[in-house]
Design a protein around this ligand. Structure first.
Ligand SMILES: Cc1cc2nc3c(=O)[nH]c(=O)nc-3n(C[C@H](O)[C@H](O)[C@H](O)COP(=O)(O)OP(=O)(O)OC[C@H]3O[C@@H](n4cnc5c(N)ncnc54)[C@H](O)[C@@H]3O)c2cc1C
Length: 310
């Protein structure tokens, strides 16, 4: 299969590529074909070939919000990372490729004395992942600052969306709905002061360090916030704070985080998701919908439920 892509320029390609090190959970199998595009056009070429040849395609950013199956990802895994991470500021706007780390974008904003991205300081992952997930924290989210985004659809056709066309909501976007791939974006910030931007970023990073288990592997909040509740509080009230299942479990620092303390397999981490979801629903009748994306070949394995038990 790799031969189908070898003639393309501006890509790095390899077969049977281990993915665990590309994820914050530090778990999961291999990519059958692993491709890092250097340009949006190269990404579009790869996607078009996958579409024409019926090859499964999965997208990976910096791996901070995914759990990859132990059996790995069949077909092509297209990763937006350091190979697509051009970032620049012009006036009050940032121009960012999908692979730019959110942290780099925050640093660029601060260096140019631009305000509006402080909320994101400390969110791991890439701009592409943040655009898809409408990443947010501390009353801010990408929805508020994204002007326009270049995307590639699942047939390999490129286009742009602007403003409300991003169809943003809480962890919702046009990229999720249409399975589009974000390749670059423009963020609108405002002129700010050094004396306000840097302290606010430091304060947000401090709050994160104090409240989140950043010293162990995780993929952030395991479940979305159910309307009217906090997932972490429900999980804690169900007795799971600090729960341990082999070398993974629920953080003792923040019950909203499912963590890998060592070499847990993806299936073991999944078992924690299932246990927590089942128990919270049994006790409180509240369905916890996973926030983390489960990608790869999970066939034949028990899975956490997206929908409430009927
Ligand atoms: C310790 C910790 C704290 C976190 N705190 C927060 C927080 O406060 N707020 C928050 O919102 N999130 C948080 N997260 C989750 C995560 O950092 C964000 O969702 C981030 O935006 C994901 O980016 P990524 O590049 O790592 O995406 P990945 O994990 O690589 O991918 C996530 C999903 O996005 C898709 N994707 C990736 N790149 C693209 C692209 N270019 N186009 C289309 N789809 C793409 C993938 O297919 C996958 O479905 C946290 C995670 C950790 C580990």
């Amino acid at each position: 299969m790799i031969k189908l892509f070898e003639h393309l320029e501006d890509i790095d390609i390899s077969a049977e590529h281990s993915l665990a090190e590309h994820t914050y959970f530090k778990a999961g199998g291999k990519a059958e074909i692993f491709i890092q595009p250097h340009t949006a056009e190269a990404a579009a070429d790869v996607i078009a070939i996958c579409h024409e040849q019926g090859i499964p395609l999965e997208i990976l950013g910096r791996g901070s919000n995914v759990l990859i199956a132990d059996k790995g990802i069949p077909g092509v895994t297209l990763m937006f990372g350091s190979r697509m991470s051009q970032a620049s500021a012009c006036g009050d706007q940032l121009f960012l490729e999908a692979g730019v780390r959110i942290a780099e974008a925050c640093a660029l904003a601060a260096r140019n004395l631009l305000t509006g991205l402080e909320f994101a300081c400390g969110i791991p992952g890439s701009i592409g992942g943040a655009l898809r997930m409408n990443a947010g924290a501390y009353d801010g989210c990408f929805e508020n600052i994204v002007v326009r985004t270049q995307y590639v659809d699942r047939e390999g056709i490129m286009g742009w969306v602007e403003g409300a066309e991003h169809e943003y909501g809480y962890r919702e976007s046009i990229f999720i709905r249409n399975r589009w791939i974000a390749t670059q974006t423009v963020l609108q910030l405002q002129p700010g002061n050094r004396t306000e931007i840097y302290p606010l970023m430091a304060e947000n990073a401090r709050k994160r360090r104090e409240s989140q288990p950043l010293e162990v592997a995780s993929a952030g909040s395991a479940f979305k916030r159910p309307s009217g509740y906090y997932a972490g509080k429900l999980i804690s009230d169900a007795g799971f704070k600090g729960y341990r299942l082999g070398s993974c479990g629920v953080s003792g620092k923040h019950a909203g985080f499912i963590v890998n303390y060592g070499k847990a397999k993806a299936s073991e981490i999944m078992a924690v998701f299932i246990k927590v979801q089942d128990e919270v629903e049994a006790r409180f009748g509240i369905h916890l919908e996973p926030e983390i994306q489960f990608i790869g070949d999970w066939s034949g394995e028990p899975m956490v439920r997206r929908e409430k038990r009927s």
